[in-house]
Design a protein around this ligand. Structure first.
Ligand code: NAP
Length: 523
């Protein structure tokens, strides 16, 4: 058995020549973790074509990755389906211990895994370390939840019958994930799916395939070379349970359609933009599949007159500037009550100037890395220009950063009004627009005008107001006097066009389970 070490299961690791093209931050990384092939049925498989992955900070080539197409997608679904027939028979306790081993191996390799995230997404290394822990904690959490799936016995009016409710794994899940959390968005789904007894085909984002492939490699660290039929009773996650098919943006549409319409797939789990989510919902509708959709947000951050300014600024910094503003729960618009407005804006601007440092994610002290690509920079620039042309004032920042084409200055705008783009379009960048308001009703009305509702934050010291506002905000998650709310123990998800279903928490595993009613008669 191949246990412990990170030795590739099959196929050679990238050679020194290939490694030389990895950006500086990856030099010295365990070569075995940098996989470039797809991972299907427990094997590393090249595709007919490859696509380049770049470091968004320097533009340096990180490597060429297998560009899977429809053929590879179908093969991965087939492998996942065959594995499902075995995996669902594995006991919950055993699935639990396998997920726990995967968690342990992630922790053992956390430094290398974090560096991969920084190299491909630009995220500051400290945040990448945070993501790896968050990501691994989903495997740990669902290793625990795997053993806590219970059914029911129901007493019906008929005395000679009992009604049983069984919870069974749905089947193969198609998992499509974004680039902004290249590791955690995968384990949040895959941990729950595997715990429930499902198998997965993962299509990672074009910009960040290395993290998804490294997760497979880490998993391989305890994969045993045994007859697959025997694996169910052995100590390794069977081949075909976790499959990864990277592809270029050019192929994403047809690969997405192939995995989301395949009759062998029973579940679609997606994290990404609302626009793509709607396309996948069409696929799901045509073949009637279960769906989980974690889509975009437009998080309001409301500061009421009674708020503690220092706390509100600390929360604003954390919720706005994490991952350079590129998280789905980042505050998108700041609504600040007239009485506290000037003090808040002044303190927020000072905190931004003092605490934010733009740079390469590998550099010590960097808090703001590059945006994922130039298109993302153009979007922020367009929102700033639009706001300024309609009367907004730049308090700090406001333009591209001298460091390079993917960098933008952390920006604070005030005198913002609701006719400006930045108040109704997800920014996904380091822009904080401030709207001044007078009454609680006005703030709630502005916040709830959005057609999405993922996270919302507010600061207040008034207990009655806290209850009122927490209940009235049309979002799936509320931070009260708190700017960082994600945790594996709590349900993550949105309302309106922010999505369907919840991930993490004790509810997350239900997304991968079917209820089966058994009427047991003749008693
Ligand atoms: P995106 O463009 O929707 O892409 C997400 C994933 O979908 C990528 O893997 C992408 O592949 C793939 N994709 C794109 N078009 C597709 C199609 N027609 N069929 C199948 N797959 C397709 O989103 P993004 O820009 O990467 O991510 C940012 C968005 O994600 C934001 O809106 C953010 O709010 C949201 N998000 C939500 C959550 C949440 O939990 N609610 C968490 C994180 C991010 P390519 O990379 O090849 O284009």
């Amino acid at each position: 058995p191949r246990a412990g070490g990170l030795v590739p299961a099959s196929g050679p690791a990238p050679g020194p020549a290939q490694l030389r093209c990895y950006a500086g931050g990856l030099a010295g990384l365990s070569a075995a973790l940098l996989r470039t092939d797809s991972f299907v049925g427990g094997r590393w498989l090249p595709a007919a074509a490859t696509f380049p992955v770049q470091d968004p900070a320097s533009g340096a080539a990180l490597g060429m990755v297998a560009d899977c197409g429809v053929r590879e997608a179908r093969a991965a679904v087939r492998a996942a389906y065959e594995a499902f027939c075995r995996w669902r028979e594995v006991s919950a306790k055993e699935r639990s211990s396998l997920l726990r081993k995967w968690y342990n191996l992630m922790i053992q390799n956390k430094d290398d895994l974090a560096r991969i995230i920084t190299a491909e997404s630009g995220k500051p290394l400290k945040e990448a370390h945070g993501e790896i822990l968050y990501s691994a904690f989903f495997l740990e959490w669902f290793s625990e939840e795997a053993r806590r799936v219970y059914g029911d016995i129901i007493y019906t009016p008929a005395k000679d019958r009992r009604a049983l409710v069984l919870k069974q794994p749905i089947g193969v899940a198609a998992v499509i994930t974004p680039w902004n959390f290249p590791s955690a968005m995968i384990t949040r789904k895959v941990g729950a799916a595997l715990a429930a007894g499902c198998t997965v085909v993962v299509k990672p984002a074009e910009d960040t395939p290395f993290s998804a492939l490294a997760l497979a490699e880490v998993n391989q660290g305890f994969l045993l070379d045994l007859d697959p039929l025997l694996l169910a009773s052995q100590a390794g996650i069977p081949s075909g349970v976790y499959n990864v098919i990277p592809c270029s943006r050019k192929n994403a549409k047809e690969v997405g359609e192939a995995i989301c319409t395949d009759p062998l797939v029973s579940k679609i789990s997606f994290t990404g933009s609302t626009t793509t989510g709607k396309i996948l919902l069409h696929h799901a509708a045509n073949s009637v599949k279960r769906v989980s959709m974690e889509l975009g947000g437009l998080a309001p951050f409301i500061v009421f007159d009674s708020a503690n300014v220092d706390q509100a600024v600390a929360g604003a910094m954390a919720s706005k500037f994490r991952n350079t503003g590129q998280t789905c729960v980042c505050s998108n618009q700041f609504l600040v009550q007239r009485g506290i407005h000037d003090a808040f804006v002044k303190a927020f601007a000072e905190a931004m100037k003092k605490n934010l440092r733009v740079g390469n994610g590998f550099e010590e002290g960097t808090t703001q890395g590059p945006l994922i690509n130039e298109k993302a920079v153009e979007k922020v620039e367009k929102q700033v220009n639009d706001a300024v042309s309609k009367g907004a004032t730049v308090v700090t920042g406001g333009k591209r950063h001298q460091l390079g084409k993917n960098f933008f200055e952390p920006t604070l705008l005030c005198n913002v009004t609701q006719d400006m783009l930045c108040t109704h379009e997800e920014t996904f960048g380091p822009l904080a627009p401030v709207i001044k308001f007078d009454t609680e009703e006005e703030a709630i009305a502005i916040a709830n005008a959005a057609d999405v509702g993922l996270a919302g934050y507010f600061y207040s010291q008034d207990p009655a107001q806290i209850w009122r506002v927490a209940e009235q905000l049309e979002v799936g998650m509320v931070g009260v006097n708190e700017g960082l709310i994600s945790s594996v123990e709590c349900p993550f998800g949105g309302v309106k066009q922010s999505g369907l279903g919840r991930e993490g928490s004790k509810y997350g595993i239900d997304e991968y389970l079917e209820l089966k009613y058994v009427c047991y008669g003749g008693l």
